[in-house]
Design a protein around this ligand. Structure first.
Ligand SMILES: Nc1ncnc2c1ncn2[C@@H]1O[C@H](COP(=O)(O)OP(=O)(O)O)[C@@H](O)[C@H]1O
Ligand SMILES: [Mg+2]
Length: 308
């Protein structure tokens, strides 16, 4: 097992002659919930597809839990803005579906039918566990037509989690939802974070490592413990977008009041450092995550190592 859930080394990507991503370096350790923000079209989805393994980068290397990503693997899962559930399956059927695909061919189902039935029961039981994780224990038997957008998006999250990926990618996952549902799902992420902390306290590896693209700065700071900004507004921007902002951000407990005024300063800094096309800066000016951690680490139990 690697120290890092995800490691990106010198990743660049171009479409034809057009450079999109320029030398991206990133290390994320297990249990982090990282938000990625950046101007529309700067290459956020391109980066996620590279990490997913479906669209390899032009250059560079990606490691998920220490293993090179050379194609789609179980180590990385993704949830898109638009859930895509099977209408003919219940919530639990949808969540269990990936497990079935993974483990039983048609032939083996035929020959090992009794075993398959037993396994199927296990899969459905697991699916119910994961639906509980996303707050849908009451809706296991519902079909997609009977669910709201927010519920369907939770099913999609459970579908990704049940494969136990080392990293879950969320690409604007709540963008299609109305405000109340969006907030509900944000609390779900805060609860995952608390579970991560609990597992760390027990000396176990945290289960949820999440990399989430969002265009909502409040959402980014509220749900994540680290915010990354990508843009081309840096001195080498003609070579593509890169990480121009990387800092820790305040951690909220699900029971804390949602107080946006607490992070006004960081929000304004992000707006300036990542979205202001008049402000061209050195690409490393706001990339201070590891430095800030070493300062925070005095007196706290953060990872001992401090790679730059
Ligand atoms: N398959 C593709 N072929 C050519 N250009 C693409 C392709 N996919 C994305 N692009 C371009 O790459 C840039 C980054 O796109 P994308 O990663 O979707 O941005 P974001 O998710 O940050 O909005 C955009 O200029 C987009 O037009
Ligand atoms: Mg996108």
């Amino acid at each position: 097992m690697s120290d890092y859930a995800l490691e990106i080394r010198n990743l660049s990507h171009r479409f034809g002659d057009y450079p999109v991503l320029d030398r991206i370096n990133l290390k994320i350790w297990p249990g982090q919930i990282v938000a990625i923000v950046g101007p529309s079209g700067c290459g956020k989805s391109t980066l996620l597809k590279a990490i997913l393994g479906t669209h390899p980068p032009s250059e560079g290397e990606i490691l998920a839990d220490g293993e090179p990503v050379t194609g789609p693997t179980r180590n990385v899962g993704i949830v898109y803005q638009q859930y895509s559930l099977y209408d003919f399956l219940t919530a639990e059927g949808n969540v269990a579906f990936g497990l079935k695909l993974d483990q039983s061919s048609f032939f083996s189902r035929l020959v090992l039918f009794p075993k398959y039935l037993k396994q199927r029961e296990q899969h459905l039981a697991q699916a119910r566990d994961f639906l509980k994780q996303v707050g849908l224990d009451h809706a296991c038997g519902k079909y997609p037509v009977e669910m709201s957008g927010g519920m369907k998006q939770r099913v999609a999250v459970a579908q990704a989690l049940i494969m136990r990926p080392k990293v879950v990618l969320l690409d604007e996952p709540f963008g299609a939802l109305d405000e109340a549902m969006r907030e509900d799902l944000q609390y779900m992420l805060l609860r995952f974070y608390q579970e991560n902390l609990q597992r760390k306290r027990e000396g176990k590896r945290p289960e949820y490592t999440i990399l989430m693209v969002t265009h909502e700065l409040n959402e980014a700071i509220f749900v994540a413990d680290r915010v990354i900004g990508m843009s081309r507004f840096h001195t080498e921007g003609n070579r593509g977008a890169t990480v121009v902002y990387d800092k820790p951000c305040p951690v909220f407990h699900p029971n804390d009041p949602r107080d946006y005024s607490k992070f006004v300063d960081q929000r304004e800094e992000l707006r300036h450092a990542v979205f202001d096309d008049e402000y061209i800066k050195d690409r490393n000016k706001y990339v201070t995550f590891w430095n800030e951690l070493s300062r925070l680490a005095e007196g706290q139990s953060l990872p001992p190592e401090n790679p730059s």
